[in-house]
Ligand binder design. Structure first.
Ligand SMILES: Nc1ncnc2c1ncn2[C@@H]1O[C@H](COP(=O)(O)OP(=O)(O)O)[C@@H](O)[C@H]1O
Ligand SMILES: [Mg+2]
Length: 286
């Protein structure tokens, strides 16, 4: 009898517990800083190392290239979703995660004007329950897509390199999203760093400007090294963590995924585990 009550309670509890997926928008001020390399590797790691249900969306409107990195052909893509096709119908599966490809080129210049980021986000709502993480690989810079998608995200990963122009553009992006929407949920990845120290210094410069002029703090979630192996991974069309799991880039991506998973899923312990992971990230050897 008691067990019947217990199982009923359990059932009721589980009914109310809708999975809350994490919409992560990956952006940068400047192009070519590694958004696509990072987003595809992160999707791979969350799915394969942490067993998460992941959807990767190529939101680089008009210049999408996730298909190139993953070796897929561009048949079913986001343009069809923008035109009203249910998102479910264009989802493809690779390396244990789902992907919606973007598109390259637009036929008419005004075609982009017809696309409304919010109607797309409403469509996205319909499948969010099915995923633990939805990663959006955006175009570079400030436009209504990158701003719109980031505004709707639970966190925005800002990718920068140590290059000063990349850093100032990252600041401009953060400032705009904050000034427009009061948005502060930024996580920073410094890519192509020559050392962890350099990565941390770059982050500190950005964080200093943000705290001083905008009044809030950023989180550093990863410092990724330059690796020659990314070129080979592109040529072979296999994500780097699959091709070279022990490449320093792959290892660091796994730590980013670990932070993301730990931070989201450990409830009360989340601060502790987040700090522990940070200590691991920066003070334990690669
Ligand atoms: N850490 C890295 N080490 C070496 N090459 C990298 C690294 N990150 C990115 N790249 C390379 O730089 C180029 C641009 O990266 P990509 O991910 O396409 O940038 P974005 O999406 O920001 O435009 C690609 O050829 C990619 O393989
Ligand atoms: Mg890209």
């Amino acid at each position: 009898m008691e067990s019947q009550v217990e199982s009923l309670l359990k059932l009721a509890k589980n009914r109310g517990k809708k999975r809350s997926p994490n919409l992560i928008s990956v952006v940068s001020g400047k192009g070519g800083v590694g958004k696509t390399a990072i987003t595809t590797s992160l999707a791979y790691s969350l799915a394969n190392h942490f067993n998460k249900k992941v959807l990767l969306l190529d939101c680089d409107v008009g210049l999408g290239n996730v298909h190139v990195v993953l070796g897929l052909s561009l048949g079913k893509n986001l343009k069809l979703v923008f035109k009203g096709l249910p998102i479910r119908e264009v989802v493809q599966r690779v390396y244990n995660f789902d992907v919606v490809l973007g598109f390259s080129g637009i036929e008419r210049l005004d075609e982009l004007e017809e696309v409304n980021p919010s109607s797309f986000l409403i469509q996205l709502e319909s499948i969010t329950q099915e995923y633990d993480y939805i990663l959006l690989d955006n175009s570079a810079g400030l436009n209504r897509y990158t701003l719109g998608f980031s505004k709707a995200s639970s966190s925005t990963y800002v990718i920068t390199t140590p290059e000063p122009t990349s850093l100032t553009d990252a600041y401009a992006f953060i400032k705009s999203l904050y000034k427009l929407y009061g948005y502060k949920d930024f996580k920073v990845i410094v890519n192509m760093a020559s050392s962890k120290r350099e990565g941390i210094e770059v982050f500190e410069r950005l964080n200093y400007s943000v705290s001083r002029f905008l009044g809030f703090k950023l989180k550093l979630v990863g410092v990724l090294p330059y690796t020659k192996n990314l070129k080979e991974s592109l040529a072979k069309k296999v994500p780097l963590p699959e091709l070279y799991p022990f490449d320093p880039f792959s290892r660091e991506i796994k730590k980013v995924a670990q932070l993301e998973v730990g931070e989201v899923y450990t409830g009360e312990e989340k601060r502790g585990s987040f700090i522990k992971s940070l200590i691991k990230l920066f003070f334990e050897g690669r």
